[in-house]
Write a protein of this length. Structure first.
Length: 137
């Protein structure tokens, strides 16, 4: 089986608690509780919405589904008094501008959810293994 590998790099910046995540030539700034950067929780929501939108754009013709435009609203909730750092629920609302009947929209969204790699990683256990720690003095 041929494996495809994706890579990202995250580095510190000159600002305390702010990081730069890079993939190929693209970067985003991440920081907790900063109005100037995305939090890690927000990045998860962005990744999910963008992934589903990309799946829709990539497969709508194959699935015989037409739409003029789409936008997502995503909301993650996490009780402040719970030790678990991740969300306890993510809500996803899809707003489609289409003439397709409701049942066809539901079928296409089911296809989209089942084809989206971010959704797959969020809903199925994916082993994460630390492959090394380098310490520089």
């Amino acid at each position: 089986m041929t494996m495809e590998t994706f890579k990202a790099r995250v580095t510190t910046t000159d600002r305390p608690n702010e990081y730069q995540a890079a993939v190929r030539d693209f970067t985003i700034r991440l920081a907790p509780d900063s109005p100037a950067a995305t939090s890690s929780h927000e990045a998860v929501l962005q990744a999910l919405g963008a992934c589903e939108a990309i799946v829709m754009a990539s497969f709508n013709k194959q699935q015989d589904f037409t739409y003029r435009d789409v936008y997502y609203t995503l909301e993650g909730t996490k009780p402040a008094d719970v030790k678990r750092p991740g969300f306890d629920r993510i809500g996803v609302a899809v707003h489609l501008n289409t003439d397709e009947p409701k049942h066809k929209c539901q079928d296409f969204m089911t296809f989209t959810e089942n084809t989206c790699p971010v959704m797959d990683n969020l809903t199925h256990t994916v082993p994460v293994k630390r492959t090394g720690i380098a310490v520089k003095a």
